[in-house]
Design a protein around this ligand. Structure first.
Ligand code: GLY
Length: 245
C-alpha cells in the first residue's frame, strides 16, 4: 500500500495528472469548521466556535473577510457542513449470476481528516474482504476501530465457521464493544457498521448503534440491496446497542 508523498511521487512518475479537487465551497466549510477547534483550555483564537449550525454575525463576518462575494446561502451551507461534517464511505459487495463474488470500499468519506490518515477502507481484511468460497464483508464508520479487529476478515471467518451473516457481523461489533468494556458513554463517541454477503446470496448489515435521524434522513442503520429482480431497496441493519436519544 502506498500513501502520502511517496504515493504522489509514484503517481507523478506514471503520468497521473495532478488535479486540485478542493472547491471554494468546501474550503469555506473547512474554515468554518476550524472555528470550532479548541485547545485543552477551551480557547479558540478566531471566534466563538460552532454551537449551532446557523452562523452568528461575527462568524459570518470572519468568512466574509476571506470571501467578500459569498452569498448568505453559501455561508449558511458552510456552517451546516461544519456542524455536521460529512462521512460517506461506501462498501459494495456483489455476487453475479455465475456465483462470482467481489467487493470494494471507497476511501474514507470522513471530512477534515488528518493529512496522511489512511483509514480502514483500503486495508484488505479490515475495510473489505472477499473469499470466493465463503462470502464477502466490508465496513463503514470509524476505521480505527475496525482495523483493531480486522473486521471484514473476521466476519468472513465467522461465516466460514457457520455463523449467519447477521450474527457474524454482530460478533465483531461485540468485540469492538468489549475493547471499551462495553461502556456506552465511550462507545457513544463513534459509529461503525458492517455488511456481509454470503456465497448463497444471504446478506446482512449491522450497526453498533440503532439509527438516528440526522439532517432529515436516517443515518446508519440501513443498507441498499439489489438482488437483480427489480429496483434497489433499503433494508434495515441489525444493531448491537439501542441509542437512547
Ligand atoms: N471507514 C472509513 C474510515 O474510517 O476512513
Amino acid at each position: 500500500m502506498m500513501a502520502g508523498e511517496g504515493a504522489t511521487r509514484f503517481a507523478r512518475a506514471w503520468g497521473v495528472p495532478e488535479i486540485n479537487l478542493l472547491t471554494e465551497r468546501s474550503r469555506m466549510a473547512w474554515m468554518a469548521w476550524k472555528q470550532s477547534l479548541r485547545d485543552a483550555e477551551g480557547n479558540n483564537n478566531w471566534t466563538d466556535g460552532l454551537d449551532a449550525p446557523a452562523p452568528t454575525a461575527k462568524q459570518a463576518a470572519a468568512l466574509r473577510q476571506i470571501w467578500p462575494e459569498a452569498s448568505d446561502e453559501m455561508i449558511a451551507w458552510a456552517f451546516e457542513m461544519a456542524h455536521f461534517p460529512t462521512t460517506g464511505t461506501i462498501n459494495c459487495l456483489a455476487l453475479n449470476a455465475k456465483g462470482e463474488m467481489s467487493g470494494t470500499t471507497t476511501t474514507s468519506g470522513m471530512a477534515w481528516k488528518i493529512p496522511g490518515r489512511v483509514g480502514d477502507s483500503p486495508i484488505i481484511g479490515a475495510g473489505v474482504f472477499v473469499d470466493q468460497e465463503i462470502g464477502a464483508a466490508g465496513s463503514t464508520g470509524r476505521g480505527e476501530e475496525n482495523i483493531r479487529v480486522v473486521g471484514a476478515h473476521a466476519i468472513v471467518e465467522n461465516m466460514r465457521h457457520g455463523m449467519e451473516p447477521k450474527d457474524a457481523c454482530l460478533d465483531v461489533l461485540k468485540r469492538i464493544a468489549k475493547s471499551y468494556r462495553n461502556d456506552p458513554a465511550k462507545l457513544s463517541k463513534f459509529d461503525i457498521n458492517f455488511y456481509a454477503l454470503r456465497k448463497d446470496g444471504v446478506h446482512a448489515g449491522a450497526s453498533l448503534w440503532s439509527g438516528r435521524v440526522q439532517r432529515g434522513y436516517m443515518a446508519g442503520f440501513q443498507y441498499a440491496v439489489n438482488d437483480g429482480t427489480g429496483d434497489s431497496r433499503l433494508e434495515k441493519c441489525v444493531w448491537l446497542l439501542e441509542r437512547k436519544a
